[in-house]
Design a protein. Structure first.
Length: 546
């Protein structure tokens, strides 16, 4: 390997493997709520509250399973084998979603969750391991930023495939594309094995470690029992059976990490404590950020002006990226004032004589003439705005911190995370402005409000998400790296489920300003906590990474 090479040869293979894996995953997230609630073009016509609950539970379990996958990779399977197993499971799961059967649909979602548990923490750990060489160590943060940009290239392009395939064929074709992308990622990973097989080093049990059998007996069995109890408890304590089950299931895992801290050696205790503190505050970020697939998708679908200018409408429709809306009275699916499908006593959508739901809150001066047809961009394409900003802003942020590094003024990784939380909290004010501007949804808001919201939170995301991965890799005791990576994803999982709980409250807020202010308070509180802890976190970071 040339001595002047700035990054390991493994980086491009891991980059493209992750890019195609995220292509499939974010394609699913972009259309999942739309598919579940669709009552007009072959979706499941579910109530929005049920769809949001399924969405939140799915993305919660997607990030809960890395706890298991990381542990098995650390102790038994190794990282390479785990990534391949995970990728194959996810590919099969995506393709299973194309089957028009609700049981198969749920089983496919479960298979994706299991596959992600093996894939996600271990490809991130492999990346960290190849940067442990002395000549690459200083560029680990940059490596994770580049890796994170690969994630977002996949997330950016996938919605165009989703829109084209569901418009031109059917929802199932979009899910098949997700599976093909995942299998392509597995092939790329296998081709590059020679560049990171040396980093696939399992960590044998050390004195004081809990044996794997004991972990399954003392953690995973209680998880299943606690989750089952949560499901059975009457009354929906946290809003739904699935939420109750998830919260109860998390308790044994939280206890495991608490016990891990209690039993840690004197040298390991402080870094583990610092990581757990970071995990706790990051929950709030994910609770707000992951609403892009739920509450913000609802905003884009019903409250945002998606009409295309005439110059763009033709090409967009030719590429099947836009639908049409005609201002005429016809038999249409009925929606209430909160844009929820109205159903009869048997749960079937009600139809009425009226105009398309898109025109329900179009301002009178913008209403197309009677009988005129307009083009409207697919809702899921708004999910490409965030990854677009990541792709554009990542090189700028990498260059900015490189400039600070040359001047010995680069902030520590915990400091970057703290600023990421604070900046992310400001993104909610963009949506407060959108609600005020459009008179609480009485008229449609400009799409630029969503662009602004995504732009601000993307800056915060770039300071938090890749930095969190880097921090785990840097600060974890070597024999606990993949396990602590699983802890990072556990925090993400809890935040994701909380995002679903928050989004399920959308219809309960008559004034949507209050909905977005609640999000601001949650993120602002988390940012305040980490700034209070920052001096302590930076001291531990300096002591254990130099």
């Amino acid at each position: 390997m040339p001595s002047n090479q700035k990054h390991p040869a493994a980086l491009p293979f891991l980059f493209f493997s992750e890019m195609w894996e995220r292509f499939g995953f974010y394609l699913l997230l972009a259309i999942l709520q739309l598919y579940l609630t669709d009552a007009e073009t072959g979706g499941w016509a579910m109530d929005r509250s049920k769809a949001v609950d399924i969405f939140g539970t799915f993305i919660a379990f997607v990030y809960l399973t890395p706890f298991v996958g990381g542990l098995l990779a650390d102790r038994k399977l190794g990282y390479v084998r785990s990534v391949i197993i995970g990728g194959i499971c996810m590919g099969i799961g995506y393709m299973g979603l194309a089957v028009q059967n609700l049981t198969v649909f749920y089983l496919s979602l479960a298979l994706i969750c299991v596959g992600n548990g093996f894939f996600k923490p271990n490809i991130s750990t492999l990346l960290g391991n190849v940067y442990n060489d002395e000549k690459y160590r200083a560029r680990k943060d940059t490596g994770y930023n580049i890796f994170y940009m690969g994630i977002n290239i996949g997330a950016f392009i996938c919605t165009f495939f989703a829109a084209y395939l569901r418009n031109s064929i059917h929802w199932g074709a979009a899910f098949m594309a997700a599976g093909i992308g995942m299998f392509l990622g597995v092939v790329i990973f296998i081709v590059g094995l020679k560049h990171y097989r040396h980093a696939d080093v399992r960590k044998p049990e050390q004195p004081g470690d809990m044996p794997l059998g004991s972990i399954f007996a003392q953690v995973f069995l209680p998880v299943l029992v606690a989750g089952y109890i949560g499901w059975l408890i009457p009354g929906d304590i946290f809003g739904s059976d699935s939420t109750d089950a998830f919260i109860f299931a998390c308790l044994p895992i939280i206890y495991f990490f608490t016990n891990l801290l209690r039993k840690a050696s004197a040298g390991d205790k402080q870094p583990v404590k610092a990581l757990l503190a970071i995990f706790a505050v990051s929950v709030m970020f994910w609770a707000v950020f992951k609403q892009n697939g739920t509450a913000l998708t609802t905003w884009a679908q019903f409250y945002t002006d998606r009409e295309l200018p005439a110059a763009i409408e033709g090409p967009a429709r030719g590429l099947y990226l836009a639908g049409t809306v005609t201002n005429k009275t016809d038999t249409v699916v009925a929606y209430d004032e909160e844009f929820r499908v109205i159903k009869d006593a048997q749960g079937e959508p009600v139809t009425e004589i009226g105009k398309p739901v898109y025109l329900k809150n179009v301002a009178p001066e913008k209403m197309p003439p009677e009988g005129a047809t307009i083009g409207v961009v697919n809702t899921e394409l708004f999910q490409s705005v965030n990854p677009f900003f990541v792709i554009v802003l990542t090189p700028l942020i990498v260059a900015f911190f490189a400039m600070l590094r040359r001047r010995n003024r680069e902030p520590s990784t915990p400091t970057k995370i703290a600023w990421g939380l604070l900046i992310s909290s400001l993104s909610t004010f963009m949506m407060v402005g959108a609600v005020v501007y459009c008179n609480n949804g009485a008229e449609k808001a400009s799409l630029w409000w969503l662009f602004g919201c995504y732009g601000v939170i993307t800056v915060g995301e770039l300071l938090l998400s890749p930095m969190g991965l880097s921090l785990v890799s840097k600060l974890s005791p070597p024999r606990l790296t993949s396990l602590m990576m699983g802890g990072w994803f556990l925090a993400t999982s809890i935040g994701n489920k909380l995002s679903g709980i928050l989004a399920s409250m959308w219809d309960t807020y008559d004034n949507k300003v209050n909905y977005f202010l609640v999000n601001f308070l949650l993120l602002g509180f988390a940012a305040g906590l980490i700034f209070v802890m920052l001096k302590w976190l930076n001291r531990i970071f300096r002591e254990h990474t130099t």
